[in-house]
Design a protein. Structure first.
Lengths: 324, 263
């Protein structure tokens, strides 16, 4: 069976959940293998083994953190070539993050291979992996296939339930050497201002997202309290972000994060098309809005016409009571 | 300072976006416009050029668009906003091009132009792929600085700020460079009456594939390295249950979540 390479998304060796989703998808398509770029591959081996990676290609590029995507793209291209020497490569799966998409774009040019972005499902097909994408604000489902080169597919978070599948043997670790180009060092990160951690789950990975919009009037406390009672991430509409009420990194929508959690709760959000583009693939949608005509109700599985400042505290109390 | 802005003509998101029989986006039968996210790139280019011109440096903004005949509307809109000239790559063979082919054509067009800076939007509002900027930078061997929320230039370098999940980053690259900008960067201007009148006299150079030395075999649906096998309109999400809060809305909401086994 052909190898399906998964680019490992990690922070200093701590593997993100999306990578385990990709390994699960890879197992449907062929023999899962992982490409680990950077230092601390040792720290990642446990998880990669647990989720069935048969081979782990490691590429350590010094100074990776100082540069943008180019060194990663070149390292990945080298790993795909090295994997090709070990056996057929049937596809490359990458997380649909801004960085992941740029790495994928460059890999597609380098390998002259077809690229499909933002898949929400990938299945094995006769002519290679068949993807499903959700387009035009989730108005259409598109199935597609790469017809030339090594299929390069970026996959949205939460597209598969990670299933552990440890192999019979621990993965073989294959170090890959790469000399990155001079161009790779052209754009340099000269300063990084870290953001305070909230302790809440990552917005794109969270199983539950509670979002606030203009209807909060700038007071996100009831939104955050309800989110915390559910162990959820907090999102915001662009109106709330533009008003300076919540950080841009929490924006859900076309120009923010695209989320597809088990549950999405929209509080004081009207449901503009650009907002829908970021949340319409959520499994269950709940809306709280004062205005019975708000378009968000058209897609809500459960809608409460009411004031979020009354509804949310009561709901928070009820969740806490049930848990207690 | 010579700036080229890549702008795309897209189907209007407020209208009825759909696919044609060959599963490509219908670009003829629906209303189109300048991709909203590219307006931010045009605005940024104009702001930079105006500041440079004010300090005595000759500066020009050229917009570059690949698309069918109707796509001149997008070029025209950018000229109305204040860009100086347009380049429109238009050829029947381009229909159905994927991002790889699009970047090939735009790269070929950019090779015919002089520039210090190429600006793009963060994504096109129809495809939302966000891959063309990285592909262009790769093909042209330009430093790539994407998703800028702020752009500063001196004569030889560009410095941008971008808002990431875990940190805000400051990134620097030598010119010429390619920079994509987000919708956080500015508030795009509306064309003024004067701008609309002036745009009528601004030059738009229409180029064919042959003008760029490309063959029809390099582009279009037959050279797309991926194929859409099926498109299905999603049944619109069914509105579910809706209640009016009569003092028990929060409780009933949680009862629904419990019923759905979410809590
Ligand atoms: C290029 C572009 C990109 C965009 N990208 C995004 C994006 O990524 N994400 C995004 O969200 N938007 C995006 N937008 C903006 C989008 O068009 C809307 O303007 C925005 O989503 C509106 O936010 P909102 O629903 O919070 O505000 P509004 O539309 O003003 O809605 C507020 C809602 O709150 C309700 N409300 C008020 N008070 C209460 C209360 N006490 N209790 C309950 N309900 C109450 C009101 O009835 C109303 O329905 C984009 C727009 C453009 C042009
Ligand atoms: N056909 C096109 N003509 C000109 N610019 C384009 C075209 N397609 C994409 N771009 C540019 O590339 C950016 C990202 O597009 P995409 O990768 O399609 O999401 C857009 O915001 C434009 O600046």
């Amino acid at each position: 069976m052909a190898q399906i390479l998964v680019l490992v998304d990690h922070v200093d060796g701590t593997v993100r959940k999306t990578t385990t989703e990709l390994l699960t998808l890879a197992a449907r398509l062929g023999t899962p293998a992982a490409v680990f770029i950077g230092a601390h591959a040792d720290a990642a081996l446990g998880v990669l083994t647990e989720f069935g990676a048969s081979t782990v290609y490691t590429v350590d590029v010094p100074g990776l953190g100082e540069y943008l995507v180019v060194p990663k793209a070149e390292a990945l291209a080298a790993a795909v070539t090295a994997a090709g020497a070990q056996g057929e490569v049937g596809g490359v799966l990458i997380s649909s993050t801004p960085e992941g998409k740029e790495v994928a774009a460059r890999l597609a040019v380098t390998l002259d291979s077809g690229l499909i972005t933002d898949a929400v499902d990938v299945q094995a097909g006769e002519g290679g992996p068949v993807t499903t994408q959700s387009v035009f604000a989730a108005g259409y489902a598109v199935t597609a296939r790469v017809t030339h080169g090594v299929p390069i597919i970026t996959v949205k978070p939460n597209s598969a339930e990670p299933v552990p599948a440890p192999g019979a043997e621990p993965p073989s670790v294959v170090p890959v050497a790469v000399t990155v180009s001079e161009l790779a060092h052209a754009a340099t990160i000269i300063e990084r201002k870290p953001k305070a951690k909230t302790g809440r789950p990552d917005l794109t990975e969270a199983a539950i997202v509670v979002s606030g919009g203009r209807g909060t009037g700038g007071d996100f406390a009831p939104v955050e309290a309800f989110a915390d009672s559910l162990g959820a991430a907090v999102g915001a509409s662009r109106a709330a972000v533009d008003a300076g009420w919540y950080p841009h990194s929490n924006q859900v929508g076309q120009t923010g994060k695209q989320v597809s959690p088990q549950l999405y709760v929209a509080c004081g959000i009207s449901g503009a098309i650009q907002h829908r583009a970021g949340m319409q693939t959520s499994k269950t949608i709940v809306a709280i809005n004062k205005d019975p005509e708000a378009p968000i109700f058209e897609l809500a599985d459960f809608g409460v016409v009411g004031d979020l400042f009354a509804v949310l505290p009561q709901a928070t109390g009820e969740v806490t009571k049930r848990k207690g | 300072m010579k700036i080229v802005v890549c702008v795309k003509h897209v189907p209007d998101a407020q209208g009825d976006r759909r696919f044609t029989d060959d599963h490509t986006v219908d670009r003829e039968g629906v209303d189109g416009l300048l991709s909203e996210l590219d307006e931010y790139a045009v605005e940024e280019a104009l702001t930079i050029a105006e500041a440079r011109s004010a300090s005595g440096e000759d500066s020009t903004v050229t917009v570059l668009c690949m698309g069918p005949e109707g796509a001149t509307d997008a070029v025209r809109k950018a000229l109305q906003m204040g860009a100086d000239a347009g380049v429109h790559v238009c050829d029947d063979a381009l229909a159905g091009s994927d991002a790889l082919a699009t970047s090939k054509v735009l790269a070929a067009a950019l090779r015919t132009l002089e520039f210090d800076l190429v600006l793009t939007g963060m994504a096109s509002t129809d495809g939302l792929m966000s891959v063309v900027p990285a592909m262009l930078a790769q093909r042209l061997g330009l430093p790539q600085v994407t998703l800028a929320g702020k752009v500063e230039l001196d004569g030889t370098t560009v410095r941008i700020e971008r808002d990431g999940d875990s940190a805000t980053e400051v990134i620097e690259a030598p010119l010429p460079a390619l920079v994509s900008v987000t919708d956080q960067i500015n508030d795009p201007r509306y064309p003024s009456f004067k701008g609309i009148m002036a745009a009528k006299k601004k030059p738009v150079n229409t180029l064919s594939l042959a003008d760029l030395g490309l063959s029809p075999d390099d582009v279009g649906l037959s050279a797309a390295w991926s194929v859409v096998e099926a498109v299905a309109a999603r049944p619109p999400r069914q509105a579910g249950q809706r209640i009016t809060d009569e003092g028990d809305g929060g409780t009933r909401l949680v009862e629904f979540l419990a019923g759905a086994k979410i809590v």
